[in-house]
Design a protein around this ligand. Structure first.
Ligand code: PRP
Length: 180
């Protein structure tokens, strides 16, 4: 089945305003501290690029990235993910903020949180642009949420459908293409 981009769910202006608010909240919470911001490749990249620039310079920000994938669709619900690219630097005794584009079942973050906690960071918080709460399976609390969204398939601002449409400036829903 083919899909096409449908309506705009969150436009550029709302995204920018919310990212600025999140950056402010993070700036207050980590005032005067060092913060390692960890992006989960690839969906979080665009959000993270804007988010770190919305954090004031009273926070000493550094960036690292991790790439994970689930072991195929059939085992996705097992919550076992594979680390394809690990962090470059140690997080031991550091304040860490994981940045995601979307939390769906929560299985990816639940696994990742467990793995990263074993590395003994000073603190570990999570920021996700989107939160699809009604799909949640794993018990994971997200400290900074951009927008709660309904159970729609969404693309844009970093989110993809089969690697397409990550570059769209707004968040859109996708729908099956109606054959003529
Ligand atoms: C998406 C998203 C999260 C995960 C959320 O990644 O970026 O990492 O799925 O799903 P969950 O809460 O059900 O575990 P995806 O595997 O699509 O990779 P991508 O970031 O490269 O788009």
């Amino acid at each position: 089945m083919d899909y096409e981009v449908a309506g705009t769910l969150i436009d550029e202006g709302r995204l920018a305003r919310r990212v600025a608010e999140l950056g402010k909240a993070i700036s207050v919470d980590y005032n005067g501290r060092e913060l390692i911001v960890i992006g989960i490749l690839r969906g979080a990249v665009i959000f993270m690029a804007d988010l770190v620039r919305a954090i004031d310079d009273n926070v000493d920000v550094s960036m690292d990235f991790i790439s994970v994938s689930s072991y195929g669709d059939s085992t996705k619900s097992s919550g076992v993910v594979r680390i394809n690219k690990d962090l470059d630097n140690s997080i031991k005794d550091k304040d860490v903020l994981i940045v995601e584009d979307i939390v769906d079942t929560g299985l990816t973050l639940s696994y990742l949180r467990r793995v990263l906690m074993e590395r003994e960071p000073k603190s570990l918080a999570i920021c996700s642009l989107l939160d699809k709460k009604e799909r949640r399976i794993a018990d994971i609390s997200v400290d900074y949420v951009g927008f709660d969204i309904p159970d729609l398939f969404v693309v844009g601002y970093g989110l993809d459908y089969a690697e397409r449409w990550r570059n769209l400036r707004s968040v859109h829903s996708v729908e099956p293409t109606v054959e003529a």
